[in-house]
Design a protein around this ligand. Sequence first.
Ligand code: NAD
Ligand code: ZN
Length: 369
Amino acid sequence: MIESLAAICTGPETPLELAQVLVAPPRSGEVLIEIVSSGLCHTDLTALEGINASTVYPLIPGHEGVGRVVEVGTDVSSLRPGDHVIPLYGPECGTCAMCQSNRTNLCWSIKKTRDMGVMPDGTARFSRNGAVVHHFMGTSTLSRYTVVPEIALAKIRKDAPLDKICLFGCGVTTGVGAAMTHVKHGDKVAVFGLGGIGINIVQGARICGAQQIIGVDINPDKIDLGRYYGMTDFIDASDPSADAVTAIRDLTLGGVDVAFECSGILSVMRQAFESAVPGWGQAVLLGVEPAGSEMQFAPVGVRYGKSIHGSYFGGVKGRSGLAPLIDLFMEGEIELDAQITHRMPLQDVNRGFDLMRKGQSLRSIIDFE
Ligand code: NAD
Ligand code: ZN
């Protein structure tokens, strides 16, 4: 057992507690990681707010981290101490039907136990005062030490800066990957919600050669960063008279080729669908909706050729697909610096989430070293 400083969420709507937890050694197929940095993502906030369906309290949040392998359990063959790794909330076992298909990046081989906050053998590695503390998303990167299954770790090149590339654990991969999956050269694109995900869709759409990238947000403070990453037009959805769908149809003479939703709000998902162009327009939903919600839309839009897609981790298979994206960053194609608006130690993690709630941060990074 080793001691580890961690942020613990004891239940919905309570501030995170900072405490020492005990981390048990990795068991068969598991790996002990020392986290170096971890970004804060809105999906962590859904766990803090009690609206995430896959949470068992108390838990340690965090799913956008990077670290070094400290120890491997038995039957771990692809990693050894010192390797640099990004924990994946979507694993890649390589052998299930999903992994063998090129139609999805999902792998549900350990989904059931992951959603119950435990390792694949049904037990947790974290404890405090003798009581279990659950894992979150199978990653729990807001702990200095965490245990992750080998199939949920992407090995990455050692020359990539660990204090930045944690963002590939979620935001950058989700955004840039979703754009690369759905945007074609010359497309007109709309992005609803210019947070960590939306900004990276803007960046990915520019890389893919989109001719028009329309950002929609209720927070006009996002304009500068949006333009920096390639946004060509902005619609201020906080304006009571704003009708984002009509504005997008006017700007594009009929609708966009691809409309991405990155807010987790049902009415915004619907706006994304309605702003897609008839014939072939796609709505791509990324936001995590409150548990149990359902969406309404007019089927005629689908009959007339529109489609609704979803995107999870940008459609990127984690173990095999992350390294090429990190290469793009190292070659200067993907930019990270401007989106890292705040850095802080774990002691300030509640301030990090407050900044996110108030829309004052794009990405805050927790530095463990
Ligand atoms: P964020 O809080 O940084 O950004 C959300 C943005 O949406 C903010 O800029 C906010 O001002 C804007 N917004 C709020 N209401 C709006 C409205 N009515 N119209 C337009 N914009 C509005 O969050 P994030 O980290 O970028 O995450 C975005 C969403 O994506 C969350 O729901 C998160 O849970 C989800 N997510 C999904 C995946 C995936 O794999 N699909 C991965 C990570 C995050
Ligand atoms: Zn995330």
